[in-house]
Structures are given as structure tokens and as C-alpha cells.
Design a protein around this ligand. Structure first.
Ligand code: FES
Length: 105
């Protein structure tokens, strides 16, 4: 029997219309093993905070619209899997529209 696990995602948040500064928020995502960063984000938006902003298009690793930084390294949210606690930030903080969604990607 697989052991239930929880992954903590420390997520960059910033809404230029309401926030003076960015901050991080930590969310707990249930997992039985590896899970994509995209699925972590979707879980949060569907179950915890519908205001979390990020961009997903093809979900297949082709369009590159889901680029983010995971633990400081740029990667595609749709094809990158995590097994442990992690931090996710926008690829270009200076171009943030909201949260992980950047202009120009
Ligand atoms: S959504 Fe297209 S590459 Fe990730």
C-alpha cells in the first residue's frame, strides 16, 4: 500500500493592483509520489485559492508558455515533476502580471 504524502509548495505571490510588495505563500498538496508542478498549481487553484495566477497552454512541453523557476532553476511547469517540498517563482519577476504569470512568455 502506498504511503500518502504531502508536498509543500512555497509560491511567489504578487498582485500589482493590490500589493505593495511580493510575498511567498505555502500550500500543501496531497501526493502519492511524483507530481508535476502544473498539477500542484492546478490543485491549489481548484481547491485552495482560485486567485492563483499562472499560465498553461499546451500541457505537452511544446509552447513554453508555462516557464517558471523551481528552486531557482527555470523549467516548464507542465513537464517538471516534484517529489519533495519546493519553491516556485515567476521566470521574470520584473514582468509579472500577477503571481507566476509574466508578460512576454
Ligand atoms: S503548457 Fe506548453 S510547454 Fe507547458
Amino acid at each position: 500500500m502506498e504511503k500518502k504524502n504531502t508536498i509543500k509548495m512555497k509560491c511567489f505571490r504578487f498582485d500589482p493592483n493590490n500589493d505593495k510588495e511580493s510575498h511567498f505563500e505555502t500550500f500543501e498538496i496531497p501526493s502519492n509520489g511524483a507530481i508535476s508542478v502544473q498539477n500542484c498549481l492546478v490543485y491549489v487553484r481548484e481547491n485552495i485559492d482560485p486567485s492563483l495566477a499562472f499560465f498553461i497552454n499546451c500541457r505537452l512541453g511544446f509552447c513554453r508558455r508555462c516557464l517558471v523557476r523551481v528552486n531557482g532553476k527555470s523549467c516548464l511547469a507542465c513537464t517538471t515533476e516534484v517529489k519533495e517540498d519546493f519553491m516556485v517563482e515567476p521566470l521574470l519577476k520584473e514582468k509579472v502580471i500577477r503571481d507566476l504569470w509574466c508578460d512576454g512568455l
